[in-house]
Design a protein around this ligand. Structure first.
Ligand code: HEC
Length: 237
């Protein structure tokens, strides 16, 4: 990061001005995280103290972010599975966008009809209003991501896992298989191959067909099942 001439003229330098402001923002973020992790502790005393299986709904957790990027597994299930290939395109697209982001100002947006006026108006602005207007694209992007993370994550029952997955529940529920890779390649692969999820079948017979809208039985132990297991562990297991 280098100081631009315009910044120097206004007496703003990477050090100390920007670095101090950024540090304050990040310290506030860390404070929020510490507060949340103290207020909503992950239950770990099972099987002596067992949480409710639905525990964790609407409680912010790191899992929310993963759930956003796994939405493909939620919507592209059953006959829609062939569209799963588009999933990696979104992160790749984002990566390419971020790589070229520093060159964005080189794109001659003023040549786009209609945009010229808007850009000139924005350039004429001063002070904090200018700052806010210039931040609109970034804020809009952050807002979309935030809404997406919330909408895909808030239903997840992420604190209730040990209510079922604890040492009192016998093999397969608590201790991982001795050879996880082998288990995934053989036993779990077999379950995915032959299994059809009953509750999904009932829903399909009733015509609702689940979230994907398709009128077929849902898979068992596949990625879509795993997501349903997180959203509705008492219904999908
Ligand atoms: C209502 C009880 C219950 C809750 C709550 C629950 N699970 Fe499960 N889970 C099960 C059962 C039953 C199985 C199937 C176990 C088997 O195949 O023997 C299972 C299977 C799994 C599997 C697949 C294991 C395999 O076969 O490879 C994973 C992974 C898993 N659960 C993770 C979670 C996570 C993460 C949570 C919390 C978000 C959770 N579970 C909450 C009951 C539960």
């Amino acid at each position: 990061m280098t100081d631009t001439n315009a910044d120097k003229k206004r007496g703003l330098y990477w050090w100390p001005n920007y670095l101090l402001i950024l540090s304050i923002i990040f310290l506030a973020l860390v404070a929020v995280m510490v507060f949340l992790s103290m207020k909503f502790q992950v239950p770990f005393l099972a099987p002596d103290q067992i949480p409710m299986p639905d525990e964790g709904e609407n409680i912010p957790g790191p899992e929310w972010i993963f759930l956003l990027f796994w939405q493909g597994f939620w919507f592209f299930s059953g006959t829609m599975k062939k569209y799963l290939v588009v999933m990696p395109l979104i992160p790749i697209g984002l990566l390419v966008f971020f790589i070229f982001l520093p060159a964005m100002h080189k794109i001659p947006f003023d040549k786009v009809p209609g945009l010229k006026n808007v850009i000139e108006k924005a350039r004429g602005l001063k002070g904090i209003v200018r700052g806010v207007v210039y931040a609109i694209p970034a804020l809009a992007f952050a807002f979309v991501i935030l809404v997406g993370v919330y909408r895909s994550g808030h239903q997840a029952k992420v604190l209730g896992c040990v209510s079922c997955h604890n040492a009192g529940m016998g093999p397969r529920m608590n201790i991982p298989p001795v050879d996880v890779a082998k288990y995934y390649a053989t036993e779990r692969a077999m379950q995915i191959g032959v299994g059809k999820y009953r509750a999904g079948k009932v829903a399909a017979e009733e015509g609702s067909g689940g979230e994907s809208g398709s009128n077929e039985a849902q898979g068992y132990k596949d990625a879509n099942w795993q997501m349903r297991h997180m959203y509705e562990p008492t219904f999908t297991w």
